[in-house]
Design a binder for this molecule. Structure first.
Ligand code: SF4
Ligand code: SF4
Length: 437
């Protein structure tokens, strides 16, 4: 069986937050495979833990992908400051065809466009993918899952960090379907009265007021913060208020643009221009919206650059939705070289942590054993980019660990879903609920 088929059957998806079904990427030809261990979201450490504890699997996965796509080169990108992860990665690379490339401690080092440029010096075409410059980029945990897939093991567990306002910040290896409420308890409990989750990280994650959210294949973890935390308050502000404040307070200082990592790479992203559109009707806004079309939603403009605490990232997100609805396609020029200040304006994580107001919670979150395996798992049918799976089981049915629970319709983009444990299917709806035993 080909690697592409093994990976498809194992249900491997991008484990760094993207959730793109991995087998689709590995069916192409490429010159270089890049393992993404940059992990630039503050306070999250699951990729470092993957490297510290499973570096050999990561390197094995990289070599399998290199063989599948015909790549001569394999590069594992890791931040130099993550010493234990670097040491483990370097040891695992000895005698292999993979080398480690040390990365600086800036945000967003893990952005695919940024990482490809850092490793190869090539700029991905606007709205393009890394394959267009001969590169396949995969998260390090995804690559470890590829190695497991080649041995016939499906994705049923993953590593996640639970950090922030918890007694003992930790990274756990958990079955899919465990909830953040269980993880907070495993981390010694919340240390604030009214915790709110920032799932997937402060910068690109989503805010959840509910703790009963299950872990899916794409999740890297969550930051727990008090509801009254200033960044959480900003994130929970209703959208109409965000736009209203932006319309009245934006003074067009351009800081959002000048710090934008895509602008600094040379792409035509200028959030200050998108902000101008807030003052127009939807028809008038359309002339400013294209300045958002190459935005990667990294959040730096809103959470770091804007001195007025406005919402240029959110304005760009809305603009992109409007552009999509009109069938807009980018036809402007491709960048030929980065901005002259590209290196000097990179945002150090330390400064970002300070600006976000999370310095008090910037503590190690090492891998610890999960104190108790959950009795009940909630497995959403949609755990990847593309479509949800069609359930292959019914309520009341007994399943074995690793048994297929659902698969996407034939020909549709998606990823197979398997049972993390043996048990009984309690219910089937938007999620399959599985009770252990
Ligand atoms: S940084 Fe803030 S105030 Fe300045 S142009 Fe951007 S959105 Fe407007
Ligand atoms: S979110 Fe803001 S800083 Fe990030 S790419 Fe988009 S416009 Fe640039």
């Amino acid at each position: 069986m080909s690697l592409v088929e093994q990976v498809r059957k194992a249900g491997v998806v991008g484990a760094g937050g993207g959730g793109f079904p991995a087998h689709v990427k590995f069916g192409s030809r490429a010159e270089i495979v890049i393992g993404n261990g940059a992990e630039c979201e503050p306070l999250l450490h699951k990729d470092a833990a993957v490297l510290e504890h499973h570096a050999r699997d990561v390197v094995r996965g990289m070599e399998l992908v290199m063989d599948a796509v015909g790549a001569r080169e394999g590069v594992l990108g890791v931040k130099e400051k993550k010493k234990a992860a670097v040491a483990a990665a370097q040891a695992a690379c000895e005698g292999s065809r993979v080398r480690v490339q040390l990365l600086g401690d800036y945000y967003p080092a893990g952005d695919e466009y940024d990482l490809v440029f850092a490793v190869t010096g090539n700029l991905i075409p606007p709205q393009g993918i890394s394959l267009q410059v001969g590169a396949v980029v995969s998260n390090v945990e995804t690559l470890a899952q590829v190695a497991a897939a080649a041995e016939g093991r499906a994705v049923t567990r993953k590593l996640v960090t639970i950090a922030g306002a918890v007694a003992q910040p930790s990274t756990f290896e958990v079955p899919l379907g465990i909830t953040y409420r269980d993880l907070i308890e495993a981390a010694g409990g919340a240390t604030c009265a009214d915790p709110v989750l920032q799932i997937g990280g402060m910068m690109m994650g989503r805010t959840s007021e509910s703790l009963d959210v299950p872990i899916t294949k794409q999740d890297a973890g969550a930051i727990v913060l008090p509801r009254e935390h200033k960044t959480i308050e900003r994130k929970l502000r209703p959208k109409p208020a965000q736009a209203r404040i932006g319309r009245s307070a934006c003074d067009q200082c351009r800081y959002c643009t000048e710090f934008c990592p895509r602008f600094l790479l040379g792409y035509a992203v200028e959030p200050h221009q998108v902000m101008r559109g807030l003052g127009f009707t939807s028809q008038g806004a359309s002339q400013w919206n294209p300045w958002a079309s190459l935005c990667c939603s990294c959040g730096l403009c809103t959470l770091y650059a804007c001195p007025e605490d406005l919402y240029p990232k959110e304005a760009c997100d809305d603009a992109k939705v409007e552009l999509k609805a009109t069938g807009f396609k980018w036809e402007g020029p491709a960048p030929t070289k980065p901005h002259p200040f590209h290196d000097g304006r990179r945002v150090p994580i330390e400064r970002l942590v300070s600006k976000l107001g999370i310095g008090a919670w910037d503590r190690p979150a090492p891998l610890r054993p999960l104190p108790q395996e959950p009795a009940r798992l909630v497995l959403p049918l949609k755990q990847s980019a593309g479509v949800a799976v069609v359930p292959a089981v019914k309520a009341g049915q007994k399943v074995k660990a690793g048994e297929l629970l659902g698969e996407p319709p034939a020909g549709a983009l998606g990823a197979l879903l398997h049972a993390p444990v043996a048990g009984r299917v309690e219910s089937v709806g938007d999620a399959i609920v599985l009770v252990r035993g």
